[in-house]
Write a protein of this length. Structure first.
Length: 88
């Protein structure tokens, strides 16, 4: 059995539980709740934008919030490309 990935000392499930326990009090970023000030999400989003990512599976990083920000940019790009394809 594969071990769960750990970032910032916690698995994604642990991060998600901690984030969800805040009930949005720390804000949200592109549909993802934040645990502090959303700066990790913003950094991940900007990194993905700077690197022109289109595949959420290409996202990584040292924190779950960075990865969520990256994924949100890549998911937006995929949706935009699918929309463009359907209009042609």
């Amino acid at each position: 059995m594969e071990q769960p990935q750990i970032k910032g000392g916690e698995t994604y499930a642990e991060y998600e539980t901690r984030r969800d326990s805040l009930e949005g009090s720390a804000g949200s970023y592109e549909g993802y709740g934040c645990t502090q000030d959303c700066s990790g999400h913003d950094a991940g989003y900007r990194w993905a934008e700077d690197n022109d990512l289109t595949d959420p599976d290409d996202c990584g990083g040292k924190s779950w919030s960075f990865e969520e920000g990256c994924r949100s940019f890549a998911e937006e790009r995929q949706e935009a490309e699918a929309e463009d394809d359907s209009e042609q």
